[in-house]
Design a protein around this ligand. Structure first.
Ligand SMILES: Cc1ncc(COP(=O)(O)O)c(C=O)c1O
Length: 437
């Protein structure tokens, strides 16, 4: 690390600032499966940056597409103006999307995708004359980013408790994980489909006529890879249909190969009305998010005089040319390199590898689906999260980047990972588990 670097002015997000600044970890470059730190250490990326670099780092085609684009058209407003790439990306995304998700709205992050999807849902009911449908139903342990909409429907208490009353009219489903029933499940756990039926109780309490939408991650990612039971998502869909409630899938993590196909909706065979996307959309190379929208929802807005603005929402950088270039290139790379297929082929390798850690010190659960997995540790008495925090540092010292949430170690490697590298991840974690108290 350069001694001239002043670490103090940067208020780091979701970081223990004082600890970090006393013990900094700085990345200098990245290529494929590896980062290189400023002191020249090679780090295997066990989490695709942050569940996003699905094609690996600095993919030459994605890099070249961005470089060419910024040198050609750096920016054009998305309000009453466009550029060809953004229409092409909307076309490509909606062609590959399941069902009738025929329209794409572009944003810059997962948080914005979620808040946009929630706004579309509430406004949709209003334009159809059901303006009293204002309630939004999220889920405990859900993570939907950090906007006020996302933290309101989200279910992670540290992200909510400091920020006042949040949005009104929110309720939450129970989360889908219970160690007593589904610890050490491989893939979908058998237990838990009935938890979807709690939605009927929520509907009975508030009355369907007040509820706009239900939002869930098909697999809760940031809370530590909580995989639903078979039929759980189908049951949510059925209940939503019975009551005219929209179903939003937050696929910021689960799309673009993470669950072994292009969308979690495909993996689980359930059709949502809206999908929130980000992360893998550009393989993490440029910030971008999107909301895919069912054609009937879009059509409901397309009324009134032709020159009127139908949806008063958007961002300065919606459909930014550089992000669009990264998105188009990423989608091409995923297809050309068969990364969706590869993810489904490597998923059993990852599953066997992580489950080999059963019986290692402190491990109380291991769970996985597709190319995402979690190893849950027993919290150290009186010091929750410290075991996982120590594991993060030990693994980093041993050349591996993992993610921790609470006392859970999460894995979501780039989809280009090979079996030896999966072996290296699990060996490193296994040794680190032996070395901590
Ligand atoms: C499911 C889900 N939704 C939304 C977000 C927020 O995305 P961003 O950090 O790009 O705002 C995340 C980020 O991890 C996520 O996992």
């Amino acid at each position: 690390m350069s001694s001239a670097l002043n670490l103090e002015p940067y208020w780091m997000p979701f970081t223990s600032n004082r600890f970090f600044k006393a013990n900094p970890l700085l990345m200098a470059s990245a290529k494929g499966m590896y980062f290189t730190t400023t002191d020249g250490k090679k780090i295997l990326d066990g989490i695709a940056g942050l569940w996003c670099c699905n094609a690996g780092h600095c993919h030459p085609k994605i890099v070249a597409a961005i470089q060419t684009q910024v040198a050609t058209l750096d920016y054009a407003t998305a309000f009453q103006l466009g550029h060809p790439g953004v229409f092409e990306l909307a076309d490509r995304l909606t062609q590959m999307a399941p069902g009738n998700l025929d329209h794409a709205f572009f944003v810059n992050s997962g948080s914005e995708a979620v808040d946009t999807a929630l706004k579309i849902a509430i406004a949709y009911h209003r334009v159809r004359g059901e303006g009293q449908r204002i309630r939004l139903i999220g889920r405990e342990r859900g993570y939907h980013g950090v906007g006020f909409g996302g933290i309101s429907v989200g279910g992670m208490s540290p992200n909510r408790k400091m920020y006042g009353a949040l949005l009104p009219g929110i309720d939450h489903l129970p989360h889908t994980h219970d160690l007593a029933h589904n610890a050490f499940s491989r893939g979908m756990p058998e237990w838990g489909a009935h938890l979807a039926d709690e939605l009927e109780n929520i509907v009975a309490l508030h009355d369907a006529s007040t509820i706009a939408a239900v939002i869930v991650e098909p697999v809760a990612g940031s809370a530590g890879v909580l995989v639903p039971a078979p039929k759980y998502l189908q049951r949510l869909r059925e209940i939503c249909d019975r009551h005219g409630i929209l179903l939003i899938f937050d696929e910021v993590i689960t799309a673009f190969g993470r669950t072994g196909s292009r969308f979690g909706a495909e993996t689980f065979g359930v059709q949502p009305d809206l999908i929130a996307l980000a992360k893998g959309l550009t393989s993490g190379a440029i910030p971008m998010g999107a909301v895919l929208v069912d054609k009937d929802i879009y059509s409901a807005f397309m009324t009134g005089p032709e020159h009127s603005v139908e949806f008063f929402h958007g961002y300065t950088y919606s459909g930014h040319p550089a992000a669009v270039a990264a998105g188009l290139a990423s989608l091409s790379v995923y297809e050309e390199e068969g990364l969706y297929q590869r993810a489904s082929e490597m998923a059993p390798v990852l599953e066997d590898a992580v489950h080999s850690l059963k019986g290692a010190p402190h491990v109380i659960d291991i769970r996985n689906i597709g190319m995402m997995a979690a190893i849950e540790l027993e919290p150290r008495p009186g010091e929750p999260t410290m075991r996982a925090t120590e594991m993060f540092r030990r693994c980093f010292e041993a050349g591996l980047l993992i993610r921790t949430t609470g006392d859970v170690l999460a894995l979501s490697p780039p989809l280009i990972i090979d079996a030896d590298q999966i072996g290296q991840i699990v060996d490193t974690i296994g040794k680190a588990l032996q070395s901590i108290k």
